[in-house]
Design a protein around this ligand. Structure first.
Ligand code: NAD
Ligand code: 4PL
Length: 248
């Protein structure tokens, strides 16, 4: 593995399992120090132990302004600054339209969109204070382009993430901070494996240009590229990583 991220400090949210775990493992393999943040502290601690001395586990609910502030106090104290923020944490629901009520809608928006705002607000403020030319990478979803069933609030939140990615790139460009998004198709993550989404692989593969089941490492590869200096001239972009399922 190259050491393209040597000396960089990263926060990955939702890194206790699935795609977030693969991203944390990959950024550390590329030389970064990684804060493995998750609402599931036990899982985050296990991932940090697996990575070794380059990782710190931290409990954080990204929908809580207080928890996000505490996470940044920890990151500033232990690492000094944040060079790479990966907003990966999200709830991935399988909820029939008839069950989409206001409570569901608000919870999904709180975690999947407001969580991205709260983390980006705090990390970019720290980056600016420390004059860090950092980068923010958001996990969107190709469900925004496909209008995937059984996740209406989620699809709406991911559309918000893509819009926010564009706006934040404009706001932060003058500080040398880039903001991009990765948009996965269906990925065989821990969460998907444990949900009815696991039954959609056959259907989704009919739409993909490339055969096979999407794996967390395939997403982590592209996040590692966006986190590296190779991507310094890209900002405000959303990159689909979905075996060619949607093309736009
Ligand atoms: P997952 O369910 O396997 O893991 C999500 C992690 O986020 C868990 O560890 C969970 O504890 C954590 N989390 C949930 N709510 C949180 C909160 N409030 N604060 C902090 N952490 C929280 O999910 P995944 O499939 O690995 O998805 C990761 C990201 O990729 C998400 O943004 C998801 O929307 C996106 N994505 C996934 C797929 C897919 O098919 N798996 C497709 C497109 C996009
Ligand atoms: C195509 O983001 O993009 C299922 C579950 N199928 O979470 C997603 C597709 C899922 C998706 C997603």
């Amino acid at each position: 593995m190259s050491q393209k991220l040597q000396g960089r400090n990263a926060i990955v949210t939702g890194a206790a399992q699935g795609i977030g775990k693969a991203i944390a493992v990959r950024l550390a393999a590329d030389g970064a120090s990684v804060v493995v943040a998750d609402v599931n502290l036990k899982g985050a601690t296990a991932v940090a132990a697996e990575i070794g001395k380059a990782a710190i586990a931290a409990e954080c609910d990204v929908s809580s302004e207080k928890a996000v502030a505490a996470l940044h106090v920890l990151a500033a104290a232990k690492l000094g600054t944040v060079d790479i923020l990966v907003n990966n944490a999200a709830i991935v629901p399988f909820t029939a339209w008839d069950d989409v009520d206001l409570a569901h809608w608000q919870r999904i928006l709180d975690v999947n969109l407001t969580g991205v705002f709260l983390m980006s607000r705090a990390s970019s403020d720290l980056m600016r204070k420390m004059a860090t030319k950092g980068t923010i990478i958001n996990l969107a979803s190709n469900s925004f382009f496909a209008g995937t069933p059984n996740m209406a609030a989620y699809v709406a939140a991911k559309g918000g993430v893509i819009g926010f990615t564009r706006a934040l790139a404009t706001e932060l460009g003058k500080y040398g901070i880039t903001v991009n998004a990765v948009s996965p198709g269906l990925v065989e993550s821990d969460g998907v494996k444990a949900s009815p989404h696991n039954n959609a692989f056959e259907f989704v593969q009919m739409l993909q240009a490339l055969p096979g089941k999407g794996q967390p490492e395939a997403i982590a590869n592209v996040v590692a590229f966006l986190a590296s200096d190779d991507a310094r001239w890209m900002t405000g972009q959303t990159v689909n990583v979905d075996a060619g399922m949607v093309r736009w």
